[in-house]
Design a binder for this molecule. Sequence first.
Ligand code: FES
Length: 199
Amino acid sequence: MSETPIDSSKRTWLIASGCAGAVGGVATAVPFVSTFQPSEKAKAAGAAVEVDISGLKPGEKITVEWRGKPVWIVKRTPEQLAELPKLDSQLADPQSKRNPAELTPEYARNEWRSIKPEVLVAVGICSHLGCSPSDKFTPGAQPSLPDDWKGGFLCPCHGSTFDMAGRVFKNKPAPDNLEVPPHTYLSETKLLIGEDKTA
Ligand code: FES
């Protein structure tokens, strides 16, 4: 998977967010693989984006751009998946029942919020005021997170936290889970972001 530098034109959602903390958030949002490589087709407004995830390893995340938004693709580890059901009582909307039409397609209304349990696809924009949350995949106590943190995402702007399925924790400024965009698999390792089904 070739690496492509993130240029400033791809950061419009940060500027739109009006949140200084978002810059730091995105800087750490791609710790393992830098994958801003939308196809020519995808550069057209609204076009779906094909993504090859064959090189994505457990615990890694890549970010692609779709409709000017950062879309995260995270391959969760078995340990991260195993924690998800245990977190339900701490979450504001564990079953993704709020605004399902906008936030969670039917095929992602499950414990993992995804088609394949191990692969999360989510728009990396906080449902509070639009900052981009930071990866906090390492469990355990650390600044701005609870001592029993199991891994997830922290929005640096006002402290909203999300689990590894993009589900927001209770009593945080963010009202909703992260959006799961329309997506489908073209093959075992090729995702199409932006369309539910192949035409
Ligand atoms: S924008 Fe994320 S907590 Fe406010």
